[in-house]
Design a binder for this molecule. Sequence first.
Ligand code: ADP
Length: 604
Amino acid sequence: MSEVPRLLRYTKPYALPLGASIILMSFVGASQALMVRLIPPVFDRVLLPNSPNTPVELFKVPGFGWKLYLSDLMPAGVHDIWTSVFIGIVFAFLLKGVCDYSGNYIINYVGFSAVTDIRQQVFDRVLHQDASFFQENSTGGLMSSIMNDIDKIQVAVSHLLADWFRQFFTVTFLLAAVLQANWRLSVVALSVLPFVLVPTLRLGRRIRRTTRRTQDYTAELNTILQETISGHQVVKTFGNEDIESNRFLETARRLKRSNLRYVAQQALPSPLIEFFAALTIVGLLAYARTQVTKGGLTAGEFSAFVIALMMLYEPVKRLTGIHNFFQQALGASQRVFEYLDRDRIVSDKPGAVKLAKFEKGVRFEKVTFRYPKTSEIVLDAIDLDVNAGEIVAIVGPSGAGKTTIANLVPRFYDVTEGAIRIDGRDLRDLQIESLRSKIGIVAQDTFLFNDTVAANIGYGRPGATLEDIRSAARSAMAEGFIGQMPLGFDTIIGERGQKLSGGQRQRIAIARALLKNAPILILDEATSHLDTESESQVQGALANLMANRTVIVIAHRLSTVRKADKIIVLDRGKIAETGKHEALVNGGGLYQRLHELQYLEADA
Ligand code: ADP
């Protein structure tokens, strides 16, 4: 249950409006009690022509001698009982309406505000997770959690607060009204409450479990949705529409069952309560008949009592309903809090220093690396020097660990053993933002946003002028094709740049990196899946990008690494050979074999 105080803590910044609405809700409760207390004078005084003209007592607190009379509430000069009751009723309803409306609005304001804060926190948390987090959690699942789970919490927080306070005060004041009427009757009537409350509370725990399951299925459904939509081409290529449709249906059915289970569970207390209410009222009627004939109870007091009791069952019913809503929120908040409690984010350590300039080089010292939660050693005691201004190429068979090396430099992952130093400083001692600002990356599939060409290039440097963007595009040899697009730089390029060819996408990515103008550049197979013609254009753009920078380039095609100052041949996580192309190509080692293999492929 530790989620409860935690959820409520989010309302703390809104203590003032929360307090105001609580006061308004207490007025709602009081006005309802007033309505009940106005019933006896109607029956016993207004409708009886010869009644005595004594003051009408509304409330009294026994032991304190405090009494509230109807005349106390009346403006000066109103003595007539009929006018007083009339004014009292209108006043009670008006008070209830105004307070209910404004209190409800304010409390929803608190609920929505608190939930907006939670959602923002979760989003920021997720944004700062390391790469392994995004491997463990599907996009659809994360989206479902940030949207649906938090929506559930929102409904619960607003409902919970609004209804809880309203009903709580209503119950309290109505109880007071009931006790005023006849306390012996009240005790008898209220003794049925435990029969209603205990099963309801029991049910709550089940509801929480059902909710958690509902959230899981919703997340699953979202994942399928997200994957089949973004992977629509693969689905169609393999003709798997039916399979996907069935997968969707299966999960949707499970979600439906889980939702129906929730409906069945949460609606159960209501008929239960009504049944007990009916039993109580029948019992009371029998008892009251003897009392009224004996003269111990007036007809007005009895009517007030029964009406108050009926009014009381509604809030009790609601309160148990709130309990269920609340269980639902707890179910949903568990996962949300799991995200908030994750500490595996790559973050600045205390006292981290800013990397102001990059001058000397990047050095790998006995770097050993294992991906989180795996046992395979991907990099094994790698020693590597990349001096400022050098182009260092990493080649090797697929799976050798080339991309892993590239991922370690911007600290997408931290090394398992050993250290990577920039200008002699351990990466882990640097402020991440300052480190990443020195690194430009062009990978084989750079992510483009569904935005304009200019916005995508401009992402490299927030605040860049259109002139800067143009000039970056020019150096990236992209100005030509951008000029031919319908709206030029203002053309929207579709999700992930679907409206562009592979070579065009790469040139936009290169322009973006040019604009960022970082001294260290990582090229991860930037041309590997391009045809020869687009490759030659992209190569031209890359040459402009590489000028005057320190470059780590990973390449399949050995033709692209010929000009490198140093070539590292990686094999199963170890450095097999190091040297220049001319030396390695006849060295009789792995490089020579890879080289010959490629010529064979090219001939074929
Ligand atoms: P290359 O770029 O040389 O093809 P990678 O660096 O991508 O090789 O991968 C090296 C090894 O690390 C492979 O055995 C691969 O299965 C493993 N690997 C890569 N990424 C991950 C990951 N995120 N989690 C676990 N293992 C991984």
